[in-house]
Design a protein. Structure first.
Length: 192
């Protein structure tokens, strides 16, 4: 082989066995470490699911807070089923009424009211509701649009209107600009 030096590694059978056993021990240790890490991960996962289940059970066990009635309304305690069902119906009706009052209104879904003026987009719902209420007090119909599924961050959009034509929306937008609340670049018309 043209003068190249070759070194040959010579091992005795005992040295070879020691190397093989060493590699085997290292492999077993790595395997056992993997098993112990896996067990700890499964324990953590079990703990988190049990905590979640407990929280769900606690939330389900909590009774809803009763709605306070006006002093003039007192439920009638009678033994007749008809009168009890009437009081229950009245209570349910009052609950529904309160729910409808507190619910955030969303945009109408019909073909009418196609043009809106977007006033702003806010990260927090309470800010958007406050702005919308301010415009309602000034006589402009306003709504809060819940965040879209495409949003990277949740944005609550405040819009004024529900106008049938773009011209009508532009006229209202010019009125809003005359009030001096904001600059022209802050408002824009949205077709929905």
């Amino acid at each position: 082989m043209n003068g190249k030096d070759f070194r040959e590694l010579q091992l005795s059978s005992t040295q070879l066995i020691v190397i093989f056993v060493g590699i085997l021990i290292i492999g077993v240790v790595i395997f056992l470490l993997g098993v112990s890490v896996g067990k700890k991960q499964s324990q953590i996962a079990e703990e988190s699911t049990t905590v979640a289940k407990k929280e769900i059970a606690q939330a389900a066990d909590k009774k809803p807070v009763p709605v306070q009635k006006a002093k003039s309304e007192k439920p009638k305690e009678t033994t007749r089923k008809g009168k009890k069902s009437e009081t229950i119906k009245k209570e349910l009706a009052s609950h529904k009424e309160i729910k409808e009052k507190t619910r955030v209104k969303t945009a109408p879904t019909g073909k009418e009211n196609l043009y809106y003026i977007q006033i702003g987009a806010y990260e927090f719902k309470r800010n958007a509701l406050n702005i919308a209420d301010g415009f309602k007090k000034k006589g402009y119909p306003s709504i809060v649009i819940n965040p879209l599924s495409l949003d990277k961050k949740p944005w609550y959009r405040v819009r004024v209107g529900g106008y049938k034509s773009r011209e009508e929306a532009e006229e209202i937008m010019s009125q809003l600009l005359k009030l001096g609340i904001t600059k022209k670049s802050d408002y824009f018309i949205v077709e929905r």
